[in-house]
Design a binder for this molecule. Structure first.
Ligand SMILES: *Cc1c(COP(=O)(O)O)cnc(C)c1O
Length: 446
């Protein structure tokens, strides 16, 4: 019988994360202070983020970083996650390619975000922090953080984009079940929120408004730190547990990927699965291809510009060197909420410049075509974000139908879509559309 699923024993779960910064031939340019334009040190970042995360953010020397014992214990609640051979999908496509996926949807929160929420809360607690705060759009990050804060004994306050809160009400239910205080942004609870609502009383919110409110709360509350679920180097570092496990599991399957694919919002699940394999490209042992799948409506990797830009709409964050569509870019209201971010993380931006990976753009309808086929063959309903990775995988597998090549393709299933069923309803009813941008629309915010 053909083996479908590859799982590691508890004792085989990696005990260190992989820090690609140490191996990169060209390091990313440093983050800059928004006013002075001087490079930031970890001490500057530690005013906002947990101290250990601030150090990891700028660590260019340690290739492997120990996962704290307490975090490993919590990882074991749900790790290892399965590596699965998608035989049924292969059959439906008639492809000679071998398709594998790493299933990060099996934890109680349903996405990979928990892999970084746990260490961030652990470090915050160790450092004497009592409260954490963040923003969330669709709510996967907020849900993961609420859970991690609860099990490490921290208070958690989440500002959720008001329109998303209304569209995906169960995600705020999950956050509240884990004890987080959830506030629709813009709100009357902060100066920033009041200012926004004074000008526009019916403002439906954006990640920009939610970041401003969370930052203000962190800065005006003693022992409160602001934490982020994507974009930053330390978040991708924590996510490398995905790829390090996958590497061992691929060995159990007796294969090594020719192509590694993940969807792309800020880069954390992509970096998580890709960087451990990329280290073998950097050392010259392998020539794996790396593909980041972004939505056609938010194409920073393929059509953005490389420059210093803010991480948020209001311009409060440090300036980061990245491929960006401009920090005031307003993406269409697609269902893949986690991919509606204007910029790419610093590491990935440098890797694209150095041609060590590339992006592809997926139209919304193609992403749902792919998600439906995956659901009907493999029995898992993927998150709208993950559908982009599946669509890119299907494109590659179809190329193999023409060439006859038995390519080994590995993609990351970043989450399940069980709280996104209204999106599937709309797709099935024919109510979804594509949003292709003109060059003028892209240039407008740059
Ligand atoms: C947040 C999220 C993403 C996008 O974020 P990255 O940092 O690019 O990984 C993708 N998939 C799911 C399920 C998410 O929750």
């Amino acid at each position: 019988m053909k083996q479908k699923k590859f799982i590691l024993q508890e004792s085989e779960i990696p005990t260190q994360w992989y820090n690609i910064l140490a191996d990169m031939p060209n390091k990313p340019m440093p983050p800059l202070h928004p006013a002075t334009k001087q490079p930031l040190g970890w001490e500057d970042l530690a005013h906002i983020f947990p101290e250990e995360c601030s150090k990891q953010e700028l660590n260019m020397t340690d290739r492997f970083i120990d996962i704290p014992e307490e975090v490993l214990d919590k990882y074991k609640f749900y790790r290892s996650t399965p590596l699965v051979r998608a035989y049924e999908l292969e059959k439906a496509l008639g492809t000679p390619a071998h398709i594998y996926f790493k299933n990060e949807s099996t934890n109680p929160l349903g996405s990979h975000k928990i892999n970084s929420a746990l260490p961030q809360c652990y470090y915050a607690k160790q450092e004497g922090t009592t409260n954490v705060t963040t923003e969330t759009g669709a709510g996967q990050w907020g849900a993961a953080l609420a859970y991690a804060a609860k099990i490490f004994g921290l208070e958690c306050a989440v500002y959720q984009v008001k329109i998303s809160m209304q569209q995906k009400p169960y995600r705020s239910s999950i956050m509240r079940t884990f004890g987080a205080a959830v506030t629709g942004s813009p709100s009357m609870s902060t100066r920033a929120g009041k200012d926004i609502l004074t000008v526009n009383p019916t403002h439906s919110g954006s990640l920009g408004t939610a970041i401003s409110e969370a930052l203000e709360l962190a800065q005006t509350t003693p022992h409160c730190k602001y934490v982020l679920g994507s974009v930053l180097n330390h978040v991708a570092l924590h996510q490398t547990i995905i790829g390090l496990e996958a590497e061992k599991q691929m060995a159990l399957a007796g294969e090594y990927p020719d192509t590694v694919i993940a969807c792309f919002g800020g880069g954390s699940n992509f970096g998580g699965i890709a960087f451990p394999f990329m280290r073998h490209n950097i050392s010259g042992e392998r020539q794996t291809e790396f593909i980041a799948a972004e939505p056609e409506s938010c194409p920073k990797l393929t059509r953005g510009k490389f420059m210093y830009d803010f991480g948020d709409e209001a311009g409060y964050t440090p300036l980061l060197p990245m491929f960006t569509l401009g920090h005031q870019f307003k993406p269409a209201n697609i269902h893949a909420g986690g991919l509606r971010y204007h910029g790419a993380g610093m590491i990935v931006s440098q890797l694209i410049k150095d041609q060590m990976m590339h992006g592809v753009d997926i139209p919304q309808l193609e992403s749902f075509d792919a998600g439906m086929l995956f659901a009907r063959t493999e029995g898992i309903i993927p998150a709208p974000e993950s559908c982009h990775a599946i669509a890119a995988t299907i494109r590659e597998a179809k190329k193999c139908c023409e060439t006859g090549q038995e390519k080994v393709i590995l993609f990351n299933l970043s989450g399940h879509g069980l709280i996104d069923m209204s999106a599937y309803d709309q797709y099935i009813d024919g109510d979804l559309q594509n949003y292709k941008l003109t060059d003028e629309q892209i240039a407008a915010n740059l």
